[in-house]
Design a protein around this ligand. Structure first.
Ligand SMILES: *[C@@H]1O[C@H](CO)[C@@H](O)[C@H](O)[C@H]1NC(C)=O
Ligand SMILES: *[C@@H]1O[C@H](CO)[C@@H](O)[C@H](O)[C@H]1NC(C)=O
Length: 702
């Protein structure tokens, strides 16, 4: 007990003096010589209470984080550090970190067996800085941390009233001290620095050996400006090579509001396995005015998103070589063989400056280890209907210096189809895409996979997107979430520490839309005026799983909107049409393909929208033999009860999930009911509601 008290006491004093570089310690029972320094005086008077508080905190840490020996290797692999920077030229102090939307985790490795100090400030000094000191006690190997701050008018540090830094672990070997700790980006504590997008001055200091319980005077210190929340930076690796995957002078006609262009590319010839470690967008769009492409590039570029897919191996190299020399195809017309280009390796969306993968993962590229051919899909959103000459694409960065793990991307969420409906006039309408346990049971290896980062993707009406993780009956913490989604800024999110995802676990992508500005239902589709709900999940080790989506089965879907039967086709045929078109392509595009849509311009590949415009309702009769689209447009969307019921029914009701392998074969398809107790009765309720409302309006009309 006595020892512990002593320890805590020295901890406080240590903090008090360490970063300040004071030569003496102020005895605790003496007021400082200058009585006008009120804060400080007060602090010293409050010494005892503070001391007790500090002790309590350090005790808590000890209980919570007690670990006898830290095996640096095993725990190095358990966290994925997004960033790593040397704070000094020699690399005596190396800072690694990774952040989520709300918190940031650091690892400081420093050549000292004394204390390590780190600080955050807007200026390059200690004044008012947020400081944190940590050390490993030489006597017992226990690590300790203390949250401090620099005084405004004096060059020294004192302990904060509230301790906002949480020690995760700390150990020392013969030469180094390594400490891991985390904090909130904004601790809501005046004595802490708010870590934001701006450049932060990182202050650092290393104590002399054996300084744990004694008077410290740092032996080394410095400052370094860093942006802590920046997206992953380009690694400082001279071996990086570039591969530009881009279209050449594609002329985008002004009548196409939505255009998908696909082209095959041949991977660079590499004599051994390489890792792709990042990519950047190449936006090269020249508006054509008076028949001539304008020199100003990028202005009003219609490039909305681009995905590079890896193609599964096909023995027919000849055809693929030929395709790679061609210009590519309008999405819906592309050769059916291209369906084996199913595994995304890079997904760029508007607003992103590109991505670099965390330092422990790389995506194998090229014949040896990766794939020989890749398909670039560029989505142009040309609602303004310009004529454009486009040579956009993606610059891939790859390296022969292999990373620790082979990673891959997995697409998850709601299958892109017209069966994904968002009613108009909704403030918070939720939809979900499920990657179910039946799929993950068969496709995920025994040891599971580790999720490294996630790109959440939807269009303009989406306000929130989250990726949920279910194991058995429990929901684990969200893998990733965005509560103020902005379609103009889409950058993938590192999952701090990585997330272990096991066989049989379920991934749910949930999207919340605000459609208050729209008068007509929004249907799922690729156009920017339509919606999506997707997550691209980067994980390792690679599996054959390329996609895992769900959608409402057609029959359930139409019944939810009150429709039992259509003219000319039975529900099974309708279902099959949607099934075969699924989320990929709509195979036999309905006759309106190429027609100008109401929004003006061709909306291109429509994922079943056209089909909905052709289906005429037979049963129930009171719906007046309208097309389903007309019915959908004329539903009484302002009836809150109705939209609530529809949301609930589709959210909790039947989902059909698809597991798609990288060679385009189906891994598993099955149906699952999220809440089978209420959904049948719920559907009936919706049906009765629609009927009664429709009847009312008909009666009113009469
Ligand atoms: C001590 O730890 C540092 C930092 O983790 C590491 O770089 C160094 O190799 C270690 N030294 C020994 C002898 O294990
Ligand atoms: C509900 O689902 C469970 C498990 O999926 C199943 O065992 C049960 O029979 C279902 N009940 C109904 C009424 O469909």
């Amino acid at each position: 007990m006595k020892l512990r008290l002593l320890l805590a006491l020295s901890a406080f004093l240590l903090c008090d003096a360490k970063l300040a570089g004071l030569k003496q310690i102020i005895p605790s029972n003496e007021l400082p010589p200058n009585p006008t320094q009120n804060t400080q005086a007060l602090r010293l008077l409050q010494f005892d209470t503070k001391n007790a508080k500090t002790r309590r905190i350090t005790d808590q840490y000890k209980v919570r984080q007690r670990r006898e020996v830290f095996d640096s290797k095993s725990y190095e692999s358990s966290l994925t550090w997004a960033h790593s920077e040397r704070l000094d030229e020699n690399g005596d102090a190396v800072l690694r970190w990774v952040n989520s939307d709300s918190s940031i985790t650091f690892r400081l490795e420093a050549r000292t067996r004394g204390y390590v100090g780190l600080g955050f400030n807007s200026g390059r000094n200690m004044r008012g800085a947020d400081l944190v000191v940590a050390w490993v006690d030489d006597r017992n190997g226990n690590a300790q941390i203390l949250d401090c701050h620099g005084l405004e008018f004096e060059y020294r540090a004192v302990a904060d009233d509230v301790q906002n830094y949480e020690l995760i672990s700390g150990y020392q070997n013969d030469t180094h001290t390594t400490i891991e700790f985390r904090r909130l980006l904004d601790t809501c504590d005046r004595q802490d620095f708010v870590i934001g997008e701006d450049t932060t001055q990182i202050l650092w200091a290393l104590g002399p050996p054996g300084s744990d319980g004694q008077l410290p005077k740092h032996v080394q210190s410095g400052t370094r400006p860093l942006r802590l929340l920046q997206p992953l930076s380009k690694p400082d690796d001279a071996s990086l090579m570039q591969w530009d995957v881009r279209l050449r002078d594609l002329k985008i006609p002004h009548v196409m509001a939505t255009l998908f262009w696909c082209k095959i590319f041949k991977a660079p010839e590499l004599s051994k396995k390489h890792h792709m470690v990042g990519y950047e967008p190449i936006i090269d769009s020249r508006p054509i005015k008076n028949g001539r492409p304008m020199l100003e590039k990028n202005s009003l570029s219609p490039v909305h998103h681009m995905v590079l897919y890896e193609c599964a191996e096909d023995p027919d190299d000849y055809a693929w070589n030929e395709w790679s020399k061609g210009d590519g195809y309008y999405g819906p017309n592309k050769p059916s063989e291209w369906a084996i280009c199913a595994t995304p390796v890079a997904a760029w969306a508007m607003g992103s400056k590109g991505e670099f993968l965390p330092e422990n993962v790389g995506i194998p590229i090229g014949k040896r280890g990766g794939a020989s051919f890749y398909m670039l899909e560029v989505h142009y959103d040309n609602q303004a209907l310009h004529e454009v000459l486009d040579s956009s694409g993606i610059r891939i960065h790859y390296t022969p210096r292999l990373r620790a793990h082979d990673a891959a991307l997995l697409g998850a969420g709601i299958g892109v189809s017209a069966l994904h409906v968002i009613p108009p006039k909704q403030r918070q309408y939720r939809t979900v895409g499920i990657c179910g346990s039946e799929c993950t049971k068969t496709m995920i290896p025994d040891d599971g996979i580790t999720i490294v980062s996630v790109l959440l993707h939807a269009h303009g009406t989406a306000k929130k997107i989250s990726l949920k993780h279910i194991r058995g009956n429990d929901e684990l913490p969200r893998v990733s979430e965005e509560n103020s989604y902005d379609v103009r800024y889409q950058q993938s999110r590192i999952v701090p520490g990585g997330r272990k995802f096991l066989k049989g676990d379920t991934l749910i992508t949930e999207c919340t839309y605000d459609s208050t500005g729209r008068d007509k239902p929004i249907l799922g589709g690729y156009s920017a005026t339509q919606e999506m709900c997707l997550s691209f999940v980067l994980y390792y080790p690679r599996t054959p799983l390329a996609g895992c989506y769900s959608m409402t089965p057609a029959k359930e879907f139409f019944e939810t909107f009150g429709v039992r039967e259509f003219y000319g086709v039975d529900m099974t045929q309708v279902e099959n049409t949607f099934l075969s078109s699924s989320y990929v392509e709509y195979p036999n595009l309905p006759s309106d393909q190429g027609k100008e849509s109401e929004e003006g311009g061709m909306q291109g590949d429509d994922q079943g929208v056209g089909f909905m415009k052709e289906l005429v309702i037979k049963e129930p009769l009171e719906f007046g033999q309208k097309t389903f689209m007309a019915h959908l447009n004329e539903m009484p969307w302002s009836e809150v009860l109705l939209t609530e019921q529809i949301e609930k029914t589709l959210y909790r009701g039947m989902h059909m999930t698809f597991c798609k392998k990288n060679d385009d074969s189906w891994g598993a398809m099955f149906f699952l009911l999220r809440d089978n107790q209420s959904h049948v009765s719920q559907r009936k309720e919706v049906f009765d509601l629609i009927r009664s409302i429709t009847m009312q309006s008909t009666t009113r009309l009469v």
